[in-house]
Design a protein around this ligand. Sequence first.
Ligand SMILES: [Zn+2]
Length: 346
Amino acid sequence: MTIRNLAKVSLPALSLTLASQGAVAEAPSTVDATYQAPSITAALPVGDKIEDLFTLNMTTPYIVQKLTGRTYWYQSGFYGTTWYVGDEGVLLFDPLGGQAETLLSAIRTTTDLPITTIIYSHDHADHIGGTPEFLALLEDQATAPVLVSSRETAEKMDRLNSQLPRPDVTLSWPEAIFRFEDVTIELHGFDHAAHTDDHSAWLLVEERVLHAPDLLNPDQPPFWGFAGSERFSYLQDNLRAANALDWDYFNGGHGNVGSHDDFSFHLAFIDDLIAAVGAAMGEVPWGYGVDASTLTAHTPMLPAWYEEIARRATETLRPEYGQYYGFDAATPANAEMVAEYLFSYR
Ligand SMILES: [Zn+2]
C-alpha cells in the first residue's frame, strides 16, 4: 500500500472513550511518588504525581494539572500534552488526534487568551493529527496560530506526504532556541533517535518543564514497543540526554507527570531487561520450538527464537517489576526489541 493510499484509509477515532468499569485498583508507583488530586489552580509539588490517573482517564473527559505559574499538563484518553499561558496568548504543543474540542475546552478552564503558537513535537498523527479540527475551532481568532516544528519534522511531513497543515516556522535541527513572549523554548532534537527520526525534547526554560511525547511514560515500566519506538537502538542515549537537561516537570504525552526519578527508573529497568534478554539468548538454542521435520522455510525459526527469549526475560523481571502498570502487555514486545538489538549490535 502506498502512502497516498494509506491516507485514504478510514481510521477509527484515536481518542479512547472507555466505559466506566467501577472502582479499579491503581498500580503502585514505580518511583514511590506522593499522589495529589488534580488541580488547575494549585501547582503540583515537584516529584508529586496525579492520583488515580488510570481511573480518571477511564471515567472523566480530561484531566488538567497546573505545573507552574503558567504551564499546564493535560491528559484525556491516556493521551496528553502541555500549554503555556503568556500575557497575550497561549503556546500549545501537539493538538492531539481526535481531541480538538476536548483540548480547547480544557485550555479554556485556564485562560480565555487566543492560541497564538502551536508546536509539533514530532510527526506522529496520534499527537498532532487533531490540528485541522483545532485550527477550525480557532477561526474566529483575530490571527491564526503560528505553527512551529523542527526542520526534521517539516521535511519528514513532506517525505511522507502528510495530510496535516505544514509548519509556518521551522527551527534548525537538532538544536534551536526561540522566545514565546517571556519564555525561552529550546529544541533538543535527538540526532540519532529511537522513537522516530524527528524525535525531540522541548524545554520551557524558565518554567523548567520538558515536553517530549513518547520518550517515556512516567510512573510505568516502558510502554509496549518502548512507546511505539521504531527501534530500541539509541533509546538509552536519548533518555540520558533528556535527563541531563535542566527541568523539574516532564510530559511524556502518556503516563503521569514525570520527574527525573522516572528517567532513573526507566534506565534501571532497561539495564535489567538487557541483562535478562542477554542471559536468555545464551540459554535458548537456535531452532527452539520449531519442528524441523515439518519446516518448508526457515522463516519461523527467528520469531520462535525471539518469542521464547522474550518470554524467559519477562519471567526474570516479573518478581521485581510484575506489579507495575501494564507490565505483562508491554514487556514481551520490549524484550523482543532488545533481543533484536543485541543480536544485531555486538
Ligand atoms: Zn510518537
